[in-house]
Write a protein that binds this ligand. Structure first.
Ligand code: ZN
Length: 187
């Protein structure tokens, strides 16, 4: 597990877990292997700024098996991450921490979603109550990881809400919509 800590004692009142690819940026079936392949969803940058304004700590939780598949080097991975975090700050947002699983599925690790390892590690590090913490993801493995860690799953369907949908899970088409609904401002 790769753990990137930005704030040890963040000045926040609650937390949210966010998947990365498909939630913050456009995903690709060929993996996101470098900064030039990373393209933010514009609403995600707004959503991250609002989360900071509302004192919600953001913890990114992401499978990055391209690392151990040998498709992406660690230098490129960390360069992408540094640039992503800097761009988020430039837009007024912030990330408290990020957890990444570098493993391939066949390695049988404890961190690759839907395993709850990364969420549990975050819950040990920060004063958060999993049962009160949303995990916004775009895949079934995100929903399952949330359930396996005792968190509250939230589904992002950026291509629209259609087809078979999981029951009892809030569904949104943009991260901005999700944030406005899950963390409403005081007016
Ligand atoms: Zn792993």
């Amino acid at each position: 597990m790769i753990v990137w800590i930005n704030h040890v004692e963040p000045d926040v009142s609650r937390f949210v877990f966010l998947d990365r690819d498909g939630v913050l940026n456009r995903d690709s079936p060929h993996y996101i292997k470098s900064w030039d392949e990373f393209h933010f969803y514009p609403d995600a940058l707004d959503a991250l700024r609002i989360l900071r304004e509302r004192r919600v700590g953001v913890v990114v939780v992401s499978n990055q098996s391209a690392l151990n598949r040998g498709l992406m080097g660690f230098d490129a991975f960390f360069e992408l991450h540094r640039n992503m975090a800097a761009e988020i700050r430039r837009y007024g947002g912030d990330i408290t921490a990020a957890f990444f699983c570098p493993h391939r599925p066949d390695e049988g690790c404890q961190c690759r979603k839907p395993a709850p390892g990364m969420l549990r590690a975050a819950a040990r590090l920060y004063p958060l109550d999993p049962s009160q913490t949303f995990f916004v993801g775009d895949k079934v493995s995100d929903l399952d990881a949330a359930r396996n860690a005792g968190c509250r799953p939230v589904l992002l369907r950026r291509d629209g809400i259609s087809g078979p949908l999981p029951a009892h899970v809030p569904i949104y088409t943009t991260l901005l919509d999700a944030v406005e609904d899950l963390f409403p401002g005081t007016g």
